[in-house]
Ligand binder design. Sequence first.
Ligand code: NAD
Length: 395
Amino acid sequence: MSTSATAAKIVIIGGEGIGPEVTAQSRRILAWFAAHRAMPIVLRDAEYGVGPYLATGEVMPADTWEAIDEADAIVFGATGGPETTAVPAEARRRASLLSLRRKFDLYANLRPIVAHPALAEAAPLKARVLDGVDFVIVRELTRGIYFGEPRGIERLADGQRRGFNTETYTTGEIRRIARVGLELARSRRGRLCSVDKANVLEASLLWREEVQALRDAEFPDVALSHLYVDNCAMQIVRAPAQFDVIVTSNIFGDILSDCAAMAAGSLGMLPSASFGAPDAAGRSKALYEPVHGSAPDIAGKAIANPLGSILSVAMLFRQTLKRPEDALLLERAVARALTGGARTADLAEPGSKPVSTREMGDAVLAALEALAPEMASGRAGEVAADKRQAAMTHS
Ligand code: NAD
């Protein structure tokens, strides 16, 4: 592995629940690319979660913050689960996935949804509904109700308790995420759908007005539509192929992407990438993580699907390392592993024998070994065809 000064620094943080299980496979993939494709990367592992909290009193020990501070990219697993109740709320607030996203203002979260033909039978939606599904949810990640103040649980005079949170967006916060969505749509099929609840929420009304105003002023070539979030959830299940790019708020993006996972066959299939504003040199720290959570119901059983995490690594290749041919190679390897029949339990059809998390990693590595020589023999046309996906980098 290269250790030159120009090598990209990647920190791998498994976290909690199935997080360490899936990132272990991503680590093997990264090591393969470093060894076989002369990829200039330096890998560092760091701890996060209830484990380090019990040992050090911190969810993110100083060593983890240091690794994150110096990293170009973070490959994160998952957080959450019943055992995390051992961590007091105050310690979580000092260091959590939300605070990490907030610290680096990773406001733009890209979640591609692609229906793999090989999974048509395993997916809960009909094959004809899944035909041609290829869209991206752009979720605002560092504002909105997950961060808004005031928030809390208070005791009322009559003895009841009242829980409250605040949905809040400024024009600037809306416009910067709308710009990500509009630019992405422009680089793809030219269609952006903005999702809100403007019929009942003032924050959504402002959202709709600002997205429309930015589109009218600077992106007249992009076809913009608006949907209420409840209708959008229905449309994603009814006819997901209609979408190109969806842009939406933090909470709506969170919910809609789990819904959209059914078009990809399983929540375990979905990758994501999060970016902040670029610095003076045009670089921004990036966080790559699967969309799913810690999946406490299957944690420790070695059956989790690692493909969401592995496909997040492909996003890292394309967007942080600017190596679209390696991203394409990895995505092809995932597709070949699926075509070859590798299925973790979440994808397996009744009666078939699922593979373990590590065996799915093995299948992707075997596909890489088989595909790499073909790619090396020069497939410039295919890399050019990847241009649209490469343009998913917004910064
Ligand atoms: P979840 O995503 O953890 O799991 C939902 C369902 O999908 C479960 O049945 C789970 O077994 C399945 N699933 C998820 N990932 C899978 C994979 N890779 N392979 C196979 N099956 C998979 O969501 P949840 O159950 O609502 O939340 C569990 C915990 O995770 C909660 O504490 C929640 O706050 C947290 N969470 C964390 C993140 C994150 O780390 N980014 C995201 C969502 C939820």
